[in-house]
Design a protein around this ligand. Structure first.
Ligand code: XMP
Length: 324
């Protein structure tokens, strides 16, 4: 599309003008399409004067940190620092079951870790870090205008206000006029891999809100492995692009099973897959039974600690997409 091609050139030029020759920019990346496209624009505009930070919160998907690291550095040439803060996050999450508390803890820990790591980044001699990159899209801009006030608890957005105050960073938001489909188009045009551009959304609090009850390393391992198998089978069946979002959820309920001639007493995995246009309403996806049979067999056979697999057949509303 000609317009989007124009946008790239114009936006890169605008970023260069805004940042000038001696300022540098920091920004968090998550492996999602928005932060990756924003980071790529900055990389094209100012090269290594843009510093990306990936915070490993310990509740990302299986192999996610390694994959994102490789794609952003070797693949896209982005100047990236990976920070392993998983211990800090998991300590803060210890024994917490309440979904909104989990979200708050993860959001607050993220801000603390990001601020600390941002302060460690040294700019080139004569330069100063003056800007913070945010992957804000147009719908986020609208939402934050129309939902002002104490009633805005629909989604807890990450807010790096402290960082802005202390370091006096100015915001740079190259995607603030774009919709999601335009960001994807931009991503394709800038050479970001197709699979990343068309990825299902993944919540900031990660699999912490897909493990009901307390989050612990053994629970994370189960949830990660089950989710990985489910997504792998979805891709194999050619269904990934037909589904809007899919994941596995770990229910800390024990049920009896039998493996070989052994009685087992293990937990439940709930699979969730939905189709939606805007995530405000959603229908559950109609897999064929053979597919569900394959996934169920693989999860019970390959993931220790799971005795039973169920499929969530609830639409939104009345259910939400996530279980927490
Ligand atoms: P729900 O569960 O509210 O999800 O129907 C709608 C969409 O929002 C995502 N979601 C989140 N994203 N932080 C995020 O960044 C969150 O706390 C959060 N909660 C839900 C969810 O994955 C789905 O795409």
């Amino acid at each position: 599309n000609w317009n989007m091609k124009n946008f790239i050139g114009t936006e890169i030029e605008r970023i260069r003008q805004l940042v000038g020759p001696h300022a540098e920019v920091i920004g968090a990346v998550s492996g999602g399409v928005d932060s990756t496209v924003a980071a790529k624009l900055l990389n094209e505009a100012i090269g290594d004067r843009f510093h990306a930070i990936l915070v490993d919160n310990g509740v990302m998907r299986l192999n996610e940190v390694e994959t994102v690291h490789k794609t952003l550095t070797a693949g896209l040439g982005i100047n990236l620092t990976v920070v392993d803060a998983s211990e800090e996050f998991l300590n803060n999450l210890k024994d917490v079951s309440d979904p909104e508390k989990k979200r708050k803890i993860i959001g607050n820990t993220f801000i603390r870790v990001f601020e600390r790591e941002a302060a460690k980044i040294t700019p080139k001699a004569g330069d100063e870090i003056e800007f913070l990159l945010q992957g804000t899209l147009y719908p986020d801009v609208i939402e934050s205008i129309s939902f002002k006030g104490p009633s805005q608890t629909i989604k807890t957005h990450h807010n790096v206000g402290g960082l802005l105050d202390d370091m006096k960073l100015k915001l740079i938001e190259p995607l603030r006029e774009l919709f999601k489909d335009e960001v994807r188009e931009l991503g394709e045009l800038m050479g970001i891999p197709h699979d990343l551009v068309w990825r299902h959304p993944f919540p900031g609090p990660g699999i912490a809100i897909r493990i009901l009850g307390p989050v612990s390393p053994p629970q994370i391992e189960i949830a990660r492995k089950a989710d990985y198998i489910f997504i792998e089978e979805i891709r194999k069946a050619g269904l990934y692009d037909k589904i809007s979002q899919a994941f596995a959820c770990l229910l800390p309920v024990k049920s009896v099973g039998v493996m070989g001639d052994q009685r087992t007493y293990e937990q439940v995995i709930a699979l969730r897959a939905i189709e939606t246009k805007d995530f405000m309403t959603a229908d559950w996806f109609e897999f064929d039974y053979q597919f569900l049979k394959t996934v169920s067999r693989r999860i019970v056979n390959e993931v220790r600690g799971v005795a039973r697999v169920v499929y969530d057949v609830t639409s939104k509303p009345p259910a939400t997409v996530e279980w927490e």
